[in-house]
Design a protein around this ligand. Structure first.
Ligand code: FAD
Length: 263
């Protein structure tokens, strides 16, 4: 089986700050990591590989050459090969242009994979749009937000998918894109020997031309959306503590406060 996993290098969003004057993110000095949801996607691929013989996992990322670090982590965790789509022509790409570049890179690196696994969202961009747009560009179906692969054969699978607080059991034939959410499996540390082996792994660096991209569909010219400004959202809620040891008394206080707020 031929599996592609789309992985994204992201800054640690718990460390990132916003330049309030300029309305931009201050990324300088912030550690980059493999997007946690992409790790769940990779773990799902590794689990399939354990079940289906002759499975090959190719991880693909679009990013700067420094994205080598996340490819190496993926290789340490069980990927067979890694490709970085890296080119100035990709700079300024919004979700649609990113999905276009990825769809070209997937075709070039893997042909038509049976399954393409993605994280449910990236923790920095957070749009969750790239997988759906990639599916549309490749003309294949997508099942989002999967929590479990119930069963799998060489031609099809059945998964549990959870969204809007509903759990669905869905089956589909390959080729297919899946997005994976937290809870589908556990993230783990690679073994020391796998980490050492992956440390010297050199991924393929693929340019826009090598991927067969139309330059007009990349970067700013291929991006119908613009980020005008980033604004930090101020918390509006108030926190009040009720220092009552008597539960009934505490509840009466809370009730009184709610009634007062209604006025
Ligand atoms: P999501 O859609 O939330 O990601 C879901 C999943 O898709 C991921 O878990 C992963 O599996 C896959 N995926 C997403 N991105 C990648 C990737 N790059 N490689 C491999 N797999 C991936 N970014 C810049 O660096 N420079 C810019 O100039 C720039 N301009 C932008 C302008 C606009 C208007 C917008 C909307 C975004 C811009 N971005 C820019 C951000 C860039 O478009 C997003 O990082 C990218 O589209 C991914 O979107 P996301 O982070 O919301 O991913």
């Amino acid at each position: 089986m031929n599996i592609a996993v789309l992985i994204k290098q992201v800054p640690r969003t718990d460390k990132i700050k916003i330049d309030k004057e300029k309305g931009t993110l201050i990324r300088k000095g912030v550690e980059s990591i493999l997007n946690p949801y992409c790790e769940y996607a990779l773990e799902a691929a590794v689990a399939i590989k354990k079940q289906i013989k002759n499975t090959k996992i190719t991880v693909i990322t679009m990013g700067p050459p420094s994205a080598k670090a996340v490819i190496r982590r993926a290789v340490a965790l069980g990927a067979d090969e890694g490709v970085i789509l890296s080119d100035k022509a990709f700079a300024g790409s919004d979700c649609r242009a990113t999905a276009y570049a990825l769809s070209c890179g997937i075709k070039k690196a893997c042909g038509t994979p049976d399954i393409i696994l993605c994280g449910r969202q990236a923790i920095d961009g957070d749009t969750a749009q790239v997988p759906g747009e990639t599916a549309q560009m490749l003309g294949i179906p997508m099942i989002p937000y999967i929590t479990e692969i119930v069963s799998i054969s060489e031609r099809s699978l059945t998964v549990k998918s959870e969204f809007d607080n509903k759990e669905l059991t869905l089956s589909a034939d390959f080729p297919l894109i899946l997005t994976v959410r937290k809870g589908s499996n556990n993230r783990r540390m690679p073994s020391l020997s796998d980490a050492i082996r992956a440390f010297s792994y050199e991924p393929e660096i693929m340019s826009a031309q090598e991927a067969g991209c139309d330059p007009e569909k990349l970067g700013l010219s291929g991006s119908p959306t613009r980020v005008v400004k980033i604004v930090p959202v101020a918390a509006k809620g108030n926190c009040r503590f009720f220092n009552s040891s008597d539960c009934a008394e505490g509840l009466a206080e809370i009730k009184k406060m709610i009634e007062k707020n209604k006025e």
